[in-house]
Ligand binder design. Structure first.
Ligand SMILES: NC(=O)c1ccc[n+]([C@@H]2O[C@H](COP(=O)([O-])OP(=O)(O)OC[C@H]3O[C@@H](n4cnc5c(N)ncnc54)[C@H](O)[C@@H]3O)[C@@H](O)[C@H]2O)c1
Length: 282
């Protein structure tokens, strides 16, 4: 059901690759809610993904950019303002990638060139977007900028590797720039910390099937899916959340505040059957 929450609003959506992508769902929802926007992704993603289908469906222009490249990003902002006829009201940063994860380099054996790339693509690109948009005065007053994060920024989760460091930096950038944007421009900057989600990026997380099952059992409301994440993004782009800024907002069915749940305990106990637990201090 649409509520016209973004009627008359203009935006830029980074990171829609295919129909599983969180950014894809945000674009569909933003369109349903009355927004107009441009879409951006890397030239490679444009070749191998399905973004043209999304662009046709939502009447959007696609602007290629490697999010680590300042010139590319400047072009996205310039072209977006041209195509949309002025400053934008919202920006979604839905970008993440780790070459260490891809090349199976574990956290105690990182390749530092890859680490630099992870941080640049997954976190510093957010600073680049924010700095360029600030200098170009590209976002309207009471606009809203959202990036997607993960709880590995605060807690250690097996296998998340250097993306944990990238997410910590991403959230820090949201706070540091959120202060400046709020103070000077009345613009919100937040991150959403999303449940594990079955997307191309999600599929790269070590042991994703077990992780999805674990977080689902641990969360009183169950995992949040990509469509539900899009709904949350829409509320943050809307005028209903104008005083929410500099926050990392958990969108995870309650997982972040759980220690142990009945469902997870039941499963764990099953796996202990026949195991000697006598050595555990009582
Ligand atoms: N899937 C999950 O479990 C999960 C959970 C929490 C947060 N997130 C975050 O959500 C965001 C979106 O991921 P997703 O799950 O929708 O997966 P996805 O693979 O669909 O999206 C990741 C996007 O990043 C883009 N990208 C990679 N390198 C880029 C670069 N150099 N320049 C520009 N774009 C680049 C990819 O082309 C892709 O479109 C990421 O920041 C991810 O870390 C995902």
């Amino acid at each position: 059901m649409a509520y016209n929450l973004l009627k008359g609003k203009k935006g830029i959506i980074f990171g829609a690759l295919d129909s599983k992508s969180i950014a894809w769902k945000v674009a569909e929802q933003a369109y349903e809610e009355g927004a107009v926007f441009t879409l951006s992704n890397t030239p490679t993603a444009l070749r191998f993904g399905q973004i043209d289908e999304l662009a046709a469906k939502t009447g959007s222009v696609v602007i290629p950019a490697d999010a680590t490249n300042v010139k590319d990003l400047q072009n996205v902002l310039e072209q977006s303002m041209e195509v949309l006829g002025g400053k934008v009201d919202f920006v979604l940063h839905s970008i993440g990638m780790s070459l260490n994860v891809r090349k199976k380099r574990v956290y105690n054996d990182l390749d530092y060139n890859y680490l630099n790339k992870t941080l640049d693509i997954s976190a510093i690109s957010f600073h680049k977007v924010l700095q360029l948009a600030y200098n170009m005065d590209a976002i309207n007053e009471w606009g809203s900028v959202v990036a997607l994060s993960y709880i590995a920024a605060q807690r250690t989760l097996y296998g998340y590797n250097d993306m944990a460091d990238a997410k910590s930096l991403l959230e820090s950038i949201a706070r540091s720039f959120g202060y400046i944007y709020g103070r000077e421009r009345k613009i919100r900057v937040n991150t959403i910390s999303q449940s594990p989600t079955r997307t191309t990026a999600g599929q790269g997380v070590k042991g994703i099937d077990g992780l999805l099952d674990f977080t689902n059992r641990m969360s009183p409301l169950g995992n949040a899916d990509a469509r539900e994440c899009a709904d949350y993004c829409i509320t943050l782009f809307s005028d209903l959340t104008r005083k929410v800024t500099m926050q990392n907002l958990f969108h995870d069915g309650g997982f972040s505040n759980m220690g142990m749940s009945l469902k997870a305990m039941d499963m764990y106990n099953k796996s202990l059957e026949g195991t000697d637990t006598e050595d555990i201090p009582q």
